[in-house]
Design a protein around this ligand. Sequence first.
Ligand SMILES: Nc1nc2c(ncn2[C@@H]2O[C@H](COP(=O)(O)OP(=O)(O)OP(=O)(O)O)[C@@H](O)[C@H]2O)c(=O)[nH]1
Ligand SMILES: [Mg+2]
Ligand SMILES: [Zn+2]
Length: 302
Amino acid sequence: MGKKKDSKNLHIVSSITAGNLAVFSVDSKQEIRIKKAKGTLKQHETLVLGDYVEIEKASGEFVISKILPRKNQILRPKIANIDKLIIMIATEPAPDFKLVDLLLISCFQQGIEPILCLNKMDVGEAMLRKALSIEVKRKYQHVCDIVEASAKTYVGHPSLRKLVEGEDGKTTVFVIAGQSAVGKSSTVNALYGLNIKEGELSGKIMRGKNTTTKSYFHITPNGNLLADSPGFSLIDVAKMGISQKELKEYYPDFEFGCKFSNCNHVGEDGCGADMLIEKGQFDKERLENYREFFKNLPKLVY
Ligand SMILES: Nc1nc2c(ncn2[C@@H]2O[C@H](COP(=O)(O)OP(=O)(O)OP(=O)(O)O)[C@@H](O)[C@H]2O)c(=O)[nH]1
Ligand SMILES: [Mg+2]
Ligand SMILES: [Zn+2]
């Protein structure tokens, strides 16, 4: 057994820019600027947003004294220790449900709670919006919470706010991810973008304007952390370190009543999946994507 974590000294890396580093104190819910002391430079280079660290005062300035192990990590952008991932899709561009499925797998694999947000609910014909809303519920209502929103009309933002601020006391780390142009940045800005006043950042912490060198969390009024992320369109399932047999473990909605409990739902005898699809009780595309991912995975991962 390791030593119990000193929760009073638990800090989360909350801002990394070219010249500055700041951490968020879970105890005092304040952001603290860290001095990049000589000799610790190497240590700082390995730090990513979300890293758990302990700090100490040296010659009147705060420095990092310890970096704690990561519970999970995403690579683009590099963020560690994520509690909840808001997967954003929109009425336009049309949702890439394969990407959603892959992000969901990644969440369940890494112990991250996914939340699905259907954005731009002000765009397009009402009939089409309704149809998409029904489709999204059919696919994912047994997988995660779903919120419908608009960063333009703020429809759904009270619910989103409640989700992001709902956890009293403990600091929860949220990241918004998804394909490009669905409104991730607009949503983060509508929710918290104007919340950050320079004075709150210990006066000195700069959040540079150049997006390539800044990486930071927005801090919600109740002390949760929320990060935006750049859009992307590709995740290679074969690089996720999952074996064929494991894949179904990351589908909490797979309840097909198959004859054999070790059924992989890829056409085995006694598999109940296709029957449920025929009855309209399971989404066909979600199972088809699963079967395609399965085919591309190794039998065993060493
Ligand atoms: N009508 C409408 N437009 C929106 C909404 N959300 C975002 N937009 C617009 O959609 C475009 C893309 O929004 P962004 O917030 O930049 O999207 P993003 O997901 O951050 O995109 P990337 O950073 O490229 O991944 C912008 O022109 C926004 O003004 C919305 O809810 N309704
Ligand atoms: Mg963006
Ligand atoms: Zn089956």
